[in-house]
Design a protein around this ligand. Structure first.
Ligand code: ATP
Length: 600
């Protein structure tokens, strides 16, 4: 009895801020290094969400500066709609306060914890308040706050508040200081690069201790902001049904039609009938047993899937490829956006891409890029359903070797976009194992695997043909020389014949005038593709071709320069390479001649 009374004296409620102060690892603040990444991630997620809501092209600045031995100041500034001054203290100084928790639509933020957890972490490690400046439009003045969190009550504490001048017309800036290290610099830049890939409409500028990196946008089209939809009857649980039914003044039929997505009068009547209820009854009069019957009926009646186009914002195949190509040089890339699907009443869309070659590492595991609602997932790869699906696919069928993950110079990217991404924890690092989601991921990877396979066999076939053609071409000049010696006639230029064998122009070191002359008039195509091979990779690496040449590696041989010569166009190009002599490409009307001087 005494013990119970002793215990009773110790029992008291715990504020959510106290809880997370003690369990900061649950929110991704388990180490000082990770603290920086999580803070930047939370603030950038919020900035991107806010810009999307305001339909402005995001222009986001991330600054990290050492201010003391172990203390870093993290700044994130956006050009979003700003936050009204009354809400600023709540947004940054109260955990579980946000605008997205109650909305059913795709957004980066969900829980209303992210940024206030960063403020809490800062005050825990350095005791300094967060500095926030926000402005909502040209007509309003900016408000500057210094904020802390009262952990015992989970309430904001306003240390200072004043109106200030700010050159941005709208946007928000947050500055947080905490103990950390800059060991996370590479990871931070990786995070920003990945964020740029899945948010191709945004410009991200990072200043990490004076070193500035900009990730430029690849499109100027703002993706439409996903719209909030009503809950789907297949995704509702008893507690939620009871709560919304109690708050509804109408009849059961009105309740079903007005409170759930894709439920019309006919579907509602079918549900009510199945639950053996009177459609004219008020929902507030239903007892627990009747609500249970209604819930069962709602789950068994067929209802069309939620309208994914409204509430989701997939990136799209073209922009995924553009983003990947810009940030990671690849020889092959292909992307797929699957049709939308549903799990537990929540819409989701799976997007994926496969890249190969280019600057990817030839050894070791393929690079796996995981994303959820346009946010890169950087931690807990092993615990994520995406990783599980990638290892389930038999990559050997598609020309890659495999040790769990595929290996070799490949990249696999998967994006889960959903109104409710099922994360394994509050730190939102890994996607939970949901059979519907996993099925879609495996399907899309198999689809892309087939494309990769046909690219790899095309490439191998081409390499074989090239090798053969090269072997033949290497003996033609010798045969020509021998023949001219025998028949005692001048040596002819064999380049056009070689060109026809190779189906392209091959420049090699030759002795005629110390130059190679290639006549491309044999091409009947409207445009003449010109490819220069066999330039020493080292030398060609330093060389800058003309802007109308694209410049790439063929992955197998050497540097390849491509351009298109239109017949009839007059060409006069003189190029001086780095130490490998000059290359002179010349074409005249109806007689396009290419002269390559490799006289080194
Ligand atoms: N830069 C910003 N511009 C405009 N509004 C913002 C900004 N940052 C935060 N907010 C508002 O503050 C709310 C709380 O942000 P917070 O990061 O705590 O949670 P969240 O983003 O909603 O969810 P999560 O915890 O999953 O990140 C957001 O829902 C949003 O309404």
């Amino acid at each position: 009895m005494v013990l119970a009374e002793d215990l009773a004296r110790q029992q008291r409620s715990i504020s959510v801020a106290e809880f997370f102060e003690k369990n900061k690892h649950l929110l991704g603040f388990d180490s000082p290094m990770r603290g920086i990444i999580t803070t930047v991630k939370e603030a950038v997620d919020n900035a991107l969400d806010a810009c999307e809501e305001a339909e402005v092209l995001p222009d986001i600045f991330v600054g990290i500066k050492k201010v003391d031995a172990e203390v870093y100041r993290i700044t994130v500034e956006d050009n979003g709609p700003g936050i009204v001054p009354e809400n600023v203290p709540l947004v940054f100084g109260k955990l579980l306060y946000g605008s997205r928790f109650h909305q059913i639509r795709q957004s980066r933020g969900q829980q209303g914890i992210g940024i206030s957890a960063a403020v809490l972490y800062a005050q825990l490690t350095t005791g300094t308040p967060a500095l926030v400046i926000s402005r909502t439009g040209a007509k309003a003045r900016a408000h500057r706050f210094e904020l802390m969190i009262r952990t015992e009550t989970n309430d904001p504490e306003i240390v200072s508040h004043e109106e200030v001048d700010w050159d941005r017309t709208h946007g928000t800036r947050i500055e947080i200081q905490f103990k950390s290290t800059l060991a996370a610099k590479k990871r931070l830049l990786d995070y920003l690069r990945l964020t740029a890939i899945v948010n191709p409409h945004s410009r991200l500028t990072a200043d990490i201790d004076g070193e500035v990196t900009t990730f430029e946008r690849v499109t100027s089209e703002v993706p439409p902001c996903p719209k909030s939809v009503l809950p789907h009857p297949h995704g509702i649980e008893f507690g939620a049904l009871k709560r919304i039914a109690a708050a509804n003044a109408g009849t059961i039929e009105e309740f079903l039609v007005n409170s759930f997505s894709r439920v019309g009068k006919k579907t509602a009547d079918e549900m009510i009938d199945l639950a053996r209820l009177d459609p004219a009854r008020k929902t507030t009069t239903l007892d627990a047993e009747e609500l249970k019957r209604l819930l069962d009926a709602m789950q068994s009646v067929r209802v069309p899937a939620p309208l994914a186009q409204q509430c989701l914002s997939p990136i799209g195949e073209e922009l995924i490829c553009k983003g990947l190509e810009k940030e990671i040089q690849l020889d092959f890339v292909s992307a797929r956006t699957r049709p939308s699907s549903v799990f537990g009443g929540h819409s989701f869309v799976i997007e994926a891409a496969i890249g190969y070659g280019g600057k990817l590492q030839a050894e070791g595991n393929a690079q796996l890029l995981r994303f959820a609602n346009r946010v890169p997932l950087l931690y807990q790869q092993g615990a994520c359903a995406i990783t599980n699906c990638v290892t389930q696919v038999n990559w050997k069928n598609y020309g890659l070797s495999q040790q769990g993950l595929p290996t070799g110079p490949a990249l696999v990217m998967v994006h889960v976009a959903s109104t409710n991404v099922p994360f394994t924890s509050e730190s939102k690092d890994a996607v939970a194992s949901i059979p519907e989601i996993e099925r879609e991921i495996v399907l899309v990877l198999q689809e892309l695997g087939r494309e990769l396979k046909s690219y790899l066999s095309r490439r191998d076939r081409k390499k074989q043909q090239d090798d053969r053609a090269r072997a033949i071409c290497s003996v033609i000049p010798e045969i020509a020389a021998k023949v001219s010696e025998i028949v005692e006639l001048p040596l002819v230029d064999t380049s056009p014949i070689e060109g026809r064998i190779m189906h392209r122009v091959v420049a090699k070191k030759r002795t005629i005038d110390g130059k190679v002359r290639i006549d491309v008039n044999n091409y009947t195509a409207k445009e003449v593709p010109l490819v220069l091979y066999n330039l020493s990779r080292d030398k060609a690496d330093d060389a800058e071709p003309r802007p109308d040449f694209t410049d790439e590696f063929d992955g197998e041989y050497n540097k390849v320069w491509r351009c298109v010569l239109a017949p009839g166009a007059a060409w006069q190009v003189v190029y001086t390479g780095a130490g490998d002599g000059s290359i002179d490409l010349r074409g005249v009307e109806d007689n396009v001649k290419v002269v390559v001087d490799l006289d080194v």
